[in-house]
Ligand binder design. Structure first.
Ligand SMILES: Nc1nc2c(c(=O)[nH]1)N[C@@H](CN(C=O)c1ccc(C(=O)N[C@@H](CCC(=O)O)C(=O)O)cc1)CN2
Length: 284
């Protein structure tokens, strides 16, 4: 038996269509949702991601501005740009592409974004809102994972055990919080976990978000579990792959997300959703 694929491209297409309809309705009322994307430096992967974000905005009828700066941009100059965008009424979302050059403190930069425009959901205010279940922006990658679970009928996760592998501030921790809010019983595993396989074998849902190939293999998965792969790595042939041994795990899991074509496109889709919702909040 082989697991059913959760297709991030197909789900994105559907959700982006819904965003486009809502954006058109809002634009007709005089508020065109606007996203500012800031790229500092010339990291090739980041260049692709920001291009894709701007294109996705255009396709969905959102206004977007791409600001590209040399890697030598100072932290003070970047903070000044964010301050100006915070005050710009045509911009409802501000995104600073990560990673930033080493001389810039990304924590300081994220905290400079007005929480009302923090469509990446990385600000402490957004993380805090998620923690206590208040209105705020959800980090796009885990938000996309939740939508993928929803797409296979897993919205209320009462009685389910979810294991998240990875504890980053932008994926692992918010992922665990979103699963908890959907009523799952949640375990977070990380480099200090004594027996990862013992944990994952108990899971109904496994989210792998470490950034290391083959972190999850078939013998670590309970038959019928749902596996979400957030990883983005290159194999020995230079081919894109996730954190999961896809060929092995797909024989055991009931559902699995591919890389590419899984969580990646959903990250961009949820950015559009957050930007639209930011504009809708402004319009009232
Ligand atoms: N400010 C942010 N920076 C970063 C984020 C983020 O959410 N906000 N996440 C990642 C990169 N990222 C978005 O920015 C991202 C990564 C991958 C994809 C994607 O669609 N991947 C494709 C494959 C693309 C390829 O061929 O290289 C896929 O999985 O199908 C989208 C967004 C770090 N920085």
């Amino acid at each position: 038996m082989s697991a059913t694929l959760i297709d991030g491209n197909a789900l994105s297409q559907q959700l982006r269509g819904e965003v486009a309809q809502r954006a058109a309705a809002l634009t007709a009322k005089g508020v065109k949702p606007g996203l500012a994307v800031i790229l500092v430096g010339a990291d090739p992967a980041s260049q692709v991601y920001v291009r894709n974000k701007v294109k996705a905005c255009q396709d969905a009828g959102l206004h977007s501005v791409l600001e590209k700066y040399e890697a030598s941009l100072s932290e003070a100059e970047l903070l000044a740009r964010i301050d100006a965008l915070n005050k710009d009424p045509s911009i409802h979302g501000i995104l600073v592409q990560l990673p930033l050059p080493k001389h810039i403190d990304d924590h300081k930069v994220i905290e400079a974004i007005a929480p009302a425009k923090d469509v990446d959901g990385f600000h402490i205010a957004s993380a805090g809102a998620l923690m206590v279940g208040e209105v705020g922006f959800k980090a796009c990658t885990p938000y996309g994972c939740m939508k993928m679970l929803e797409s296979i009928g897993m919205k209320d996760l009462r009685g389910k055990h979810a294991v998240v592998i990875g504890r980053s501030n932008i994926v692992g921790k918010p992922m665990a919080m979103m699963l908890l809010q959907a009523n799952a019983t949640v375990t977070i595993c990380h480099s200090g976990t004594a027996d990862l396989a013992a944990m994952t074998r108990q899971a109904d849902i496994i989210v792998a978000a470490v950034g290391k190939r083959d972190v999850l293999r078939a013998d670590m998965v309970k038959p019928g579990a749902v596996v979400i792969d957030v990883g983005m790595n290159r194999n020995d042939e230079g081919k894109l792959c996730g954190d999961v041994d896809f060929e092995g795990v797909k024989r055991v899991a009931s559902h699995i997300t591919p890389v590419p074509g899984g969580v990646g496109p959903m990250t961009i889709t949820m950015l559009l959703v957050n930007t639209l919702e930011s504009a809708e909040r402004v319009a009232g």
